[in-house]
Design a protein around this ligand. Sequence first.
Ligand code: BES
Ligand code: ZN
Ligand code: ZN
Length: 493
Amino acid sequence: MNFEVKDTKIDDIQADCTIVLVLDKDLKHRWIKNADILKKIGFKGESDEIAFLPEDDTIYASSDSFDSDDIRSAVSNAIQSMKNYSYKSAKIGLYTKNCPPINARALVEGILLGAYTFDKYKSKKESLSLKNIKISTEDYNGKSFSLDSTQKAVDEAVIIAKATNHAKDIVNTAPKEMTPEKLATYAKNMTKDIENLECFIGDEKFLEKEKMGAFLAVSRASSEKPRLIHLSYKPKNAKKRFVFVGKGLTYDSGGLSLKPSEHMVTMKSDKSGAAAAINIIRAAALLKLPFEVHSVIGAAENMIGGNAYKPDDVLIARNKKSIEVRNTDAEGRLVLADCLDFAQDLKPDFLVDLATLTGACVVALGEYTSGIMGNNVELKNSMQQSSVKSGELAGTLPFNKYLKKLLKSSVADISNISSSRYGGALTAGIFLDNFIRDEYKDKWLHLDIAGPAYVEKPWGYNQYGASGAGVRMCIYWLKDFYYKENNVHKEDK
Ligand code: BES
Ligand code: ZN
Ligand code: ZN
């Protein structure tokens, strides 16, 4: 998809069709040229309504409000409805009350996220003819917005939405194809044409040398060997260092604590944290953010076999703590324990892990919302606020000292599961906290993306399959940091 920003009134732009959003059910707005026909066909401008008027080559899509996420959903509905149309180009104006760049970004993100399809394994491909989108700087209020600011917003949104779609591709790829080794090759290839981006791949020997006993145990039964992937983006004069850690279970069968078949299907999505970490750094590098960013990924398969790790095993993690295994399906935290320890050697100013860690987080917050955990309330809130801007849903969950006691083990320093059936998202987060050194306690966030990472019932602009959860939230968070550091006024974003 190609985007062109035009410093021209929408009526003066040449395109095969026009996309018009109907806001607040306002059918009297000057951009709505066929209000009487719309009324005749029963179009009221209510949530998720779409109307296509072929004689006028116009697609109407309603948006509940001017909020950027409603704009994303509305424009995505319009694009999805156009999948069988032959239009090659479309034009659209800016929808905003007071901050045009934010909604210009939302328009572009909605278009690219809505246009995404994963048809790699289908013989019959569904193709979208639409290739060119012309965005007018003409605003809903009749003013014209700055060409430069609109162009900048559009360029940024293209990077962010494409990174999200790349994360979806990784997750949607079948587990026999996207093995730990292939994921590492994917990450390495990504660095080829991006400036200041490098990739180190550690194999099983490297993990042994690093004494990553927890990570190694999880991966042992698989014929697909594990990889530690370390991507680094180091621009000159970087002001801060951010380290992202991603859970990259290219398949989670549960191991010997085998998952029932109905829970095993979709577990190719257990690499969603890795897919997010790879694409956060891709976007940070393409946006040329003035921060050093690292992504550390623990890529492995959790399988069964004669040499599988077992409940009752005691593992020694990289930081020398002993872990009693009571359930081999609580494997993500074991891989992350070693990767988080490795990540702290990089001396981060901020450390964020992303993982499809627990079904309990889905129970707690629902399938649309990620959980934000950590010891620093302000830091958790900053991520929550950025998630709102990005259009991702996330809620903070609070640790407490009573939950900490539930991980006590009678035979080792810690057990890999809680002794209570309640609060599983938090006890998993607290398990990770045991591998965070004192000096990083307040610099660390844990994002449990198990709910939204894989979509089985489509919602908003999220189609069936991977959603790219975590990518937009973390990029907006990094961008918000940049604006805070540079004292840029909110309206200028
Ligand atoms: N990968 C799963 C968590 C998960 C569940 C992700 C549903 C996406 C959707 C994780 O490895 C797991 O199996 N966790 C267990 C932990 C339990 C054994 C303490 C779970 O949530 O049941
Ligand atoms: Zn598991
Ligand atoms: Zn898992």
